[in-house]
Design a protein around this ligand. Structure first.
Ligand SMILES: NC(=O)c1ccc[n+]([C@@H]2O[C@H](COP(=O)([O-])OP(=O)(O)OC[C@H]3O[C@@H](n4cnc5c(N)ncnc54)[C@H](OP(=O)(O)O)[C@@H]3O)[C@@H](O)[C@H]2O)c1
Length: 302
């Protein structure tokens, strides 16, 4: 009885207070306040988790984007390349929302544009794959200054600057895959600049991984051998595209992507992706460079 009296009084006074609030319109204001503070708290607690993938208009990059989409881990995929229509096609095929960012990474302002976007959106970058890159067949005498310079800019400069721009947005458990190549394991005449750019990527990635060891960010250099992508068609478009006569693509991009994501997941520094890659890596460590270059000199003419 006493409890009933107390409850009806409390309930009555609450009802009075609520009706007073609503009469003055305060109730509406309060509800809006609650909703805003809830949304605000959500925004600070959980920034958007995204994957950034360069070179996503074809080959390995596109396959990494598909894998990121299938994983269902990301709120958005930011895909980067020059061919906007290819990126749109990819976006239409993905279940995850895709931001198609058409950028020429050989241009100086490309990274600034991406940095500005990151500053505006303030996402968490859960995955960065730097797959944009290309090679050109030919010796020093065959390649133009423009070809050589843009190869270095895209393969090295853009990869490093983009990584630098993204790192502040990474957190424990974020993942970085830098696409190098088995060409990184030794100097390759006839592919001299390309092999050197990939040796740079491998060395940079290993050192970066060491620097990041305390932050719980997984870093892997991916070093595949010939993969069935548009790479060889692009590489042949030079004054002497048959410098490397018959590159025989042996592995599929799907295989490289599946294996390298696994290698990165177990936090291993280098993913070689097939037996020939492993052999090249071991040979690069134990054989003298001149011996390797003479062996390659024969192989590239077959
Ligand atoms: N395929 C192989 O045998 C092989 C072996 C070892 C390592 N790799 C490495 O794997 C990576 C991916 O190559 P892939 O085999 O997938 O070749 P791919 O099919 O030719 O793809 C190259 C990607 O890089 C992008 N790209 C090139 N120049 C760019 C620029 N200036 N700005 C922005 N994006 C640019 C291309 O997009 P847009 O043309 O639309 O800009 C394309 O999406 C490269 O770093 C390559 O060196 C390839």
């Amino acid at each position: 009885m006493l409890v009933y009296v107390w409850f009806s009084q409390v309930e009555g006074s609450l009802r009075l207070q609520w009706s007073a609030f609503f009469k003055k319109g305060n109730g509406l204001v309060m509800c809006a306040g609650f909703a805003l503070s809830f949304l605000g708290r959500r925004a600070t607690i959980a920034p958007m988790n995204i994957a950034i993938i360069t070179g996503a208009s074809s080959g390995l990059g596109r396959e990494y984007a598909r894998a990121a989409d299938e994983s269902g881990r990301y709120d958005e995929l930011w895909v980067i390349a020059r061919r906007a229509e290819r990126l749109e096609e990819l976006a239409n095929a993905c279940a995850t929302p895709v931001r198609a960012i058409s950028l020429d990474l050989a241009q100086a302002n490309a990274i600034e544009e991406l940095s500005a976007l990151l500053q505006r959106e303030k996402p968490t970058v859960g995955l960065l794959v730097n797959a944009a890159g290309f090679g050109k067949f030919g010796t020093y005498a065959d390649l133009t200054a423009a070809e050589v310079s843009s190869m270095i800019t895209v393969n090295c400069n853009a990869l490093v600057c983009l990584t630098q721009a993204v790192l502040p947005f990474m957190t424990r458990g974020s993942r970085i895959l830098q696409i190098a190549s088995s060409a990184a394991f030794q100097p390759l005449p006839g592919l001299d600049v390309y092999a050197a750019t990939k040796a740079f990527v491998l060395s940079y990635t290993r050192a970066l991984r060491f620097e990041l060891r305390g932050r719980g960010i997984y870093v892997t250099a991916v070093c595949p051998i010939w993969v069935r992508t548009e790479f060889i068609d692009v590489a042949r478009q030079t004054a002497n595209g048959t410098t490397v006569k018959n590159p025989a693509p042996s592995i599929s991009p799907e295989r490289v992507v599946r294996w390298s994501l696994f290698v990165n997941r177990v936090n291993y520094p280098v993913a070689t992706c097939c037996v020939s890659g492993v052999i090249m890596r071991i040979a690069g460590k134990i054989l003298p460079a001149p011996l390797e270059m003479w062996a390659w000199e024969g192989l590239r003419r077959l």
